[in-house]
Design a protein around this ligand. Structure first.
Ligand code: DC
Length: 230
């Protein structure tokens, strides 16, 4: 998982980097891991979503977004530390529901492909990790953003299982096979859009969560992190 750790790296606050494709359970697992370890959680995807929501607010109806326009709108985004997580705020207000809505979800991949927007997100996430230990999740936390993270995990799961979990969360009931099949199609399309940004670090621990409960995923990552802290 990790190469020998230098004394300087040991003095830096610990970073647990969790990457993986959409609906692999990264964010909810990362949040839980952070709570168990007493670290703060940073969801890098929420920053891409916040930049997208800010652009939608600044230019509703405009579809030809330039990188400059997105970066200008993103000035309204702040990353605010809470007790167990950092929260992406828009114009100083928590806008979680807006960030998860369909309008943002359908445009966020486009924004996440903009190199200077990626630099902006990466700088925000690194700053959040400066003062205290964090659990960060995204697509490239263990590669581009924290190549020296002491703990790197890459979560994968079968697309049927990922689609089912997402629907259970959204519908709060057991989905039908037809609903799951439709969601698999949507997920496969999203995976294709985000493929270039999704990178497994060579030194990441790969965890296939298809047959694991969330509690088991959390236990595994916490055990890896505790071993790295010794
Ligand atoms: O994980 P999510 O669905 O909230 O991510 C939102 C979008 O941001 C999605 O298109 C993937 C992209 N993303 C990225 O490119 N790099 C990250 N580190 C995190 C998310």
């Amino acid at each position: 998982m990790t190469s020998p750790v230098s004394a300087a790296e040991r003095r830096r606050p610990l970073v647990v980097a969790i990457d993986g494709p959409a609906a692999s359970g990264k964010s909810s697992t990362a949040k839980w891991v952070a709570r168990v370890l007493g670290f703060r959680h940073v969801d890098s995807g929420a920053l891409y979503r916040a930049a997208t929501a800010a652009t939608l607010r600044a230019a509703p109806g405009d579809t030809g977004w330039t990188e400059d326009a997105v970066l200008a709108a993103a000035a309204a985004v702040t990353l605010v530390p809470g007790e167990t997580s950092f929260h992406a705020h828009l114009d100083g207000v928590d806008a979680e529901e807006e960030l998860r809505g369909g309008a943002v979800t359908s445009r966020v991949s486009l924004v996440a492909r903009m190199p200077r927007v990626r630099d902006w997100v990466n700088a925000m996430v690194r700053r959040a990790a400066e003062g205290s230990p964090v659990v960060v999740d995204g697509r490239d936390m263990g590669t581009a953003v924290f190549p020296h993270a002491r703990v790197k995990v890459f979560l994968v799961a079968d697309s049927w299982e990922r689609a089912k979990r997402r629907l259970v969360q959204r519908l709060e009931r057991v989905p039908t096979d037809a609903e799951i099949a439709d969601e698999v199609d949507a997920l496969v399309q999203r995976d294709a859009k985000d493929e270039a940004q999704t990178r497994q670090a060579a030194d990441a621990v790969l965890i296939d969560t298809t047959y694991l409960t969330q509690e088991e995923q959390v236990e595994r990552i916490v055990a890896i992190a505790r071993a790295a802290m010794r």
